[in-house]
Design a protein around this ligand. Structure first.
Ligand code: ADP
Ligand code: MG
Length: 339
């Protein structure tokens, strides 16, 4: 008899959870993106003990229909795409249908959701991929997901969690980026009962940056607005006087999605070259709009990175646009460059 066996569904989910759910912050990101995809206007995030104890995300989006509430936790189950080609005209943040299945395979998840067309909510509790109970309950329209006991059945992963401070700083970074990416939505973040962040949701990027990153940064912003054949750039650059020691405040959003991308970071840093001290990093909030056909969002299960085709063009456009904007709007830059 052969020795190769198909893994049971929940074991397969646990394995792939390793790629999607690296740490509590990954869960927060997936849940927030689901709320955004559901058309939420208000997203409230409550964290306890850096996410080890509790992660709760509540939104006022369209909710989930009663008949869908269990399938939402199946792997590769999504309402967002139907075909591989849909990836090239993607406007939702999610598409892999993996997040809820992954989270529920390594934690205890409780979801309460009321669909906008329904007058009742449904509550479902799942642990280690098994449905524990499911029943109707009263609630407002929207979805609330509570995650407890993270990595209870994968001790090796639990052991790799860092201190509360470190885990929370990852969470805070993600919420900050998502809030900045979505200034038309109001975000609230609490840690151990304390409010950490609250954005107005008035659609004004500058007000959101003020709420998230503080007045010193918000008071030193230069707007950038450049349109090229392939890409459109908008957002803010910070005056070169204000810098950071790491890339922590270099924020990039590609078609609305916060991403990490070495190419865009290098393009901006090249543009700031000689304007800031070596070893220091600029502060930028750069929104990059490209035809979805030129960017692959499916290079990493956590969708943190993107890959551009025609990357040289994108690099050059960003570098030139940033340099030009600084030159035209920042007097110190002009002086420094003319020397
Ligand atoms: P994906 O986002 O890739 O579709 P997920 O596992 O994150 O996969 O979610 C599965 C499905 O559950 C989604 O496609 C969506 O239909 C539904 N869903 C998840 N979270 C929410 C939410 N906050 N509001 C409404 N629907 C949701
Ligand atoms: Mg999702």
């Amino acid at each position: 008899m052969g020795i190769i066996k198909q893994l049971p569904q929940n074991v397969a989910n646990q394995i792939s959870a390793g790629e999607v759910i690296e740490r509590p912050a990954s869960i927060v990101k997936e849940l927030i993106e689901n709320s955004i995809d559901a058309g939420a206007e208000n997203i409230e995030i409550k964290i306890e003990d850096g996410g080890r104890e509790l992660i709760k995300v509540k939104d006022d989006g369209h909710g989930i229909q009663v008949d869908d509430i269990e399938s939402a936790f199946n792997r590769y189950a999504t309402s967002k795409i139907e075909d591989i080609d849909d990836l090239y005209s993607l406007y939702s943040l999610g598409f892999r249908g993996e997040a809820l299945a992954s989270i529920a395979s390594v934690a205890e998840v409780e979801m309460i959701s009321r669909h906008q067309d329904s007058d009742q909510a449904e509550k479902i509790k799942i642990k280690g991929g098994e449905v524990i109970n499911k029943k109707p309950i009263g609630s407002t329209v929207g979805t609330e997901i509570t995650v407890r006991d993270l990595f209870y059945n994968t001790p090796a992963r639990y052991k790799y969690l860092k201190t509360t401070t470190t885990e929370f700083s990852h969470i805070s970074k993600i919420v900050s980026a998502e809030a900045t990416a979505n200034s038309n939505l109001s975000f609230k973040l609490f840690h151990d009962g304390r409010q950490i962040l609250s954005t107005p949701g008035n659609g004004k990027l500058k007000d959101t940056i003020y709420a998230v990153y503080g007045s010193e940064i918000a008071d030193n912003l230069i707007p950038i607005e450049v349109e090229d054949r392939y890409i459109k750039l908008s957002g803010y650059l910070c005056r070169p006087e204000l810098t950071r020691s790491s890339r922590s405040h270099e924020l990039f959003f590609v078609n609305g999605r916060p991403i990490f991308n070495n190419l865009t970071a290098r393009a901006v840093e090249t543009a700031y070259n000689k304007l800031i001290d070596p070893g220091r990093r600029p502060i930028v909030f750069l929104f990059i709009k490209v035809n979805p056909i030129l960017v692959d969002v499916n290079v990493h299960p956590a969708k943190r990175e993107v890959k551009f085709s025609r990357s040289q063009i994108i690099f050059d456009v960003i570098k030139k646009a940033v340099r030009k904007t600084l030159k035209e709007n920042d007097p110190t830059t002009r002086i420094k460059l003319e020397k």
